[in-house]
Design a protein around this ligand. Structure first.
Ligand SMILES: [Zn+2]
Length: 326
């Protein structure tokens, strides 16, 4: 399933690179194919902890998008009667500019708790709360130390910082202890287990990547400042500021000049976006394009329990390879 979707994604990228109407047509056809695939994912979009079945769930939790879903299923692991549903579909990616659909609102009407990433990711919240003032919402970014962009706005991608995702997990665990007090011990235990796994991951990565401090990298869109912060990397340039919006020719020229000037050897693209701009820069500068995954897409079911750890490990491996760390 995953491989199939990935292949379709690659086709879209290839189609985007073709000139003229044929390319547009092909891209549209393939985008529809991807949406068709996600239809089958819809049925597996629900995680039931401890065997709760449909209407029998005691606690219904809806998450706004994939990274939040991953944290919440880890916090509700082995708790009977808890249902966790992810509101958005696998190909949605980040929620920048996401518009709520009628079925999203319907889903939220049945929720005991809506867990959002916060930090400005869910731009639809003001509108939603104006209509649904009684919806119980947990902003999982409370207390996270956020980074801010040049425009003064918070960078919402804090789950890519191990400390950020740990605080998110703590917020979720604490809220669930209140809502479902009978299982408070299990929520506390789940948080402790999650924090130990994060500590172990951080420990190996920090030793391995010590020699990366101060190296300059170029990334695609703004998902990676947290990642860079953790390892003392400097982001020399961001190729696309808004996902899906290609840089203008003059922006591209500036980035190419920066890459040449700093002798940047590695460009980091994301699998969710067409790597065309990165490829142009690579051709012009001789730098290599690598793929880092911001962990925003995936099929939301219990098989995803370890996905955060899997993808972070893969990202660290890619970083090491790209920056020549043995
Ligand atoms: Zn994003």
């Amino acid at each position: 399933m995953l491989t199939r979707r990935k292949r379709v994604g690659n086709f879209i990228n290839a189609a985007m690179a073709m000139p003229g109407t044929l390319a547009v047509l092909l891209a549209v056809v393939l985008a529809v194919a991807v949406m068709g695939l996600s239809g089958c994912a819809l049925r597996s979009n629900t995680a039931k902890g401890g065997g709760a079945q449909g209407d029998g769930a005691r606690v219904r939790i809806v998450t706004s998008f994939y990274p939040v879903y991953l944290t919440v299923i880890n916090m509700t692991k082995d708790v009977p009667g808890v249902e966790v549903v992810n509101m958005t579909q696998p190909q949605t990616g980040c929620l920048h500019d996401y518009q709520l659909k009628p079925q999203d609102v319907e889903m939220l009407d049945r929720a005991d708790l809506f867990v959002i990433n916060g930090a400005g990711m869910e731009t639809f919240m003001a509108k939603l709360l104006a209509q649904r003032g009684d919806l119980k919402v947990l902003d999982a970014s409370a207390g996270v130390s956020l980074l801010y962009g040049g425009d003064g706005a918070a960078n919402a991608h804090y789950w890519l910082d191990l400390d950020g995702v740990l605080r998110q997990a703590q917020n979720v665990s604490n809220e669930l202890k209140k809502i479902d007090a009978a299982h408070a011990a299990q929520y506390a235990e789940n948080y402790v287990e999650f924090s130990h796994r994060l500590e172990a991951l951080a420990g190996t990565m920090r030793t391995d990547l010590e020699s990366l401090k101060g190296k300059e990298i170029v990334t695609f869109h703004e998902a990676f400042p947290y990642f860079a912060k953790m390892f003392g990397l400097k982001i020399a340039a961001v190729i696309e500021r808004d996902p899906g919006v290609a840089p203008t020719p003059s922006e591209l020229e500036k980035i190419i000049a920066t890459v040449k000037e700093l002798g940047v050897k590695a460009l980091f693209a994301e699998p969710q976006y067409a790597p065309k701009a990165a490829e142009v820069i690579a051709q012009e500068t001789g730098a290599q394009v690598y793929s880092l995954d911001p962990i925003v897409t995936g099929v939301a079911n219990l098989d995803a329990m370890d996905d955060y750890f899997r993808k972070m490990e893969q990202n660290f491996k890619t970083l090491k390879l790209a920056l020549g760390v043995q």
